[in-house]
Design a protein around this ligand. Structure first.
Ligand SMILES: [Zn+2]
Length: 111
């Protein structure tokens, strides 16, 4: 396989994602599993997400009293992890996508 280094990325997967910037489902999947394998925890779980949309949603829906003031301030300052957002949303009976839109799922694929 001498021509391996000059490989053309015609098949969707990690190579296509990295070198051809393809972002189809197959390529994203491949990259996601690659990253997961080489990092102990997924980026998604460490990444802090801006709490503003969540806090706004709570105010607009009269649910801001569900959390105490110090929690709200902490969220506003540091943001929340995806995991925390999930937990809060489950408690509120709302899907994170209803608050954050589809960008909620896109975090793990951004560079
Ligand atoms: Zn692709």
């Amino acid at each position: 396989m001498a021509n391996r280094t000059k490989k053309e990325y015609t098949e969707h997967g990690m190579g296509m994602y990295r070198y051809r910037r393809c972002r189809c489902e197959v390529c994203c999947e491949a990259m996601y599993h690659f990253r997961k394998k080489y990092r102990k925890t997924s980026d998604n779980y460490n990444k802090m997400i801006d709490a503003t949309p969540l806090l706004n949603w709570l105010r607009e829906n009269g649910q801001i009293t569900q959390i105490d003031g110090s929690t709200a301030r902490k969220w506003a300052e540091r943001g929340l992890s995806v995991y925390s957002i999930d937990k809060v949303c489950i408690r509120l009976g709302v899907h994170p996508v209803e608050i954050y839109g589809n960008q909620f799922y896109q975090g793990c694929f951004s560079d």
